[in-house]
Design a protein around this ligand. Structure first.
Ligand code: PRP
Length: 180
């Protein structure tokens, strides 16, 4: 049983059970589509590490995993549109089947930047698997080939997602209480 809700978390949006079920379904879909291809899964740090860890343990195909770290300038809850890579891949993406594994797509600016950067490196293919999509805040259109949940425009934490580096360890996705 999960512990009590932290007081700052208003309610659970997606339960641990619902997350587990959906992650398993996504893994089944990915396993079918990538048979024999040995994809390179690319997760942007930090938020995606929990989703990635659960996802790969349900895959039926061998994969490789690598990480990037992207930084966006501006306030923490809103991307300013300026993105840069602060930690690059350690695996060459040329000729590889790349699958970006992202925790949340909000404005789409971060993911859009990563897609552009990876496309320039001659991959064999490039697709995206996102756990959460918040389409109401989209500023840049991005294709999501695999999607876990579409969520409303509320600030969510848990299952890897943070607010000020807190709450990543929560086993569910919860809505953060707004002050004032
Ligand atoms: C989150 C998330 C995406 C990005 C989405 O990362 O993991 O990378 O924001 O926002 P966007 O669609 O508006 O660009 P964050 O910058 O919070 O870093 P973290 O994963 O280290 O918490």
């Amino acid at each position: 049983m999960p512990g009590p809700l932290p007081p700052e978390v208003e309610k659970i949006l997606i339960s641990q059970q619902a997350l587990a079920r959906r992650v398993k379904q996504l893994a089944a879909q990915i396993s079918r589509d990538y048979q024999g291809l040995r994809p390179l899964l690319i997760a942007p740090l930090k938020g995606a590490f929990v989703f990635l860890a659960d996802l790969i343990r349900h895959l039926k195909v061998p994969v490789e995993v690598d990480f990037v770290r992207l930084a966006s300038y501006g306030a923490s809850t809103q991307s300013s549109g300026q993105v840069r890579i602060t930690k690059d891949l350690e695996t060459s993406p040329a000729g590889r089947h790349l699958l970006i594994v992202e925790d949340i797509v909000d404005t789409g600016v971060t993911l859009g930047y990563l897609i552009d950067a990876l496309r320039q490196r001659s991959p064999a293919s490039l697709k995206v698997c996102a756990l959460l999509d918040k389409p109401q805040r989209r500023r840049r259109q991005v294709g999501l080939e695999y999607l876990g949940f579409t969520i409303p425009d509320q600030f969510v934490v848990g299952y890897g997602l943070d607010f000020g580096e807190k709450y990543r360890e929560l086993p569910f996705v919860g809505i953060l209480r707004r002050e004032g």
